[in-house]
Design a protein around this ligand. Sequence first.
Ligand SMILES: [Mg+2]
Ligand SMILES: [Zn+2]
Length: 170
Amino acid sequence: MSVIAVDFDGTITKDRGGYPDLGEEQPLALRTLRDLVAEGHQLILWTCREDHETRIDKRHLTDAVEFLLNNEVELWGINERPAEEDFRYGDCPLRRKVHADYYIDDRNLGGFPGWHAVRAFFRLPTLCVSCESTDVHSVPNWLQCGTCGASDRIYYEEIQRIRFVRERTI
Ligand SMILES: [Mg+2]
Ligand SMILES: [Zn+2]
């Protein structure tokens, strides 16, 4: 099982018109995060959001955390591993990278491939991006949903690409 650091703005939600508002969910984001936790992975929210010290209307980190908890996404850490799980010196005055096995972020070099690709990488069932049905078939160069009829070639190609990446990296 893996520790997965996941960005919020532009990754879990759509960035444009988002921050400091929460923005709209990216397709399959919350469902995929719940599925990853159900598979035993541990999620660290990895975000630049923070709460203002005194202004109750500027609790941008709390907004994001509550959004995830309200959508039944269980977090293992927020911008850090739980202290008892971190092998490094906890009192280091210098900020350092959150330690994780994987980072999911829209600022990834090459861009964010989408949650359907995250699902493929972690071997979760392919879902229709439109209706979240599992009744999705590859025919032969695109995806076709048997429930809502949606079809998509780009998703198909991205899923193939991420499977290729996966085979080369783990
Ligand atoms: Mg982002
Ligand atoms: Zn569908």
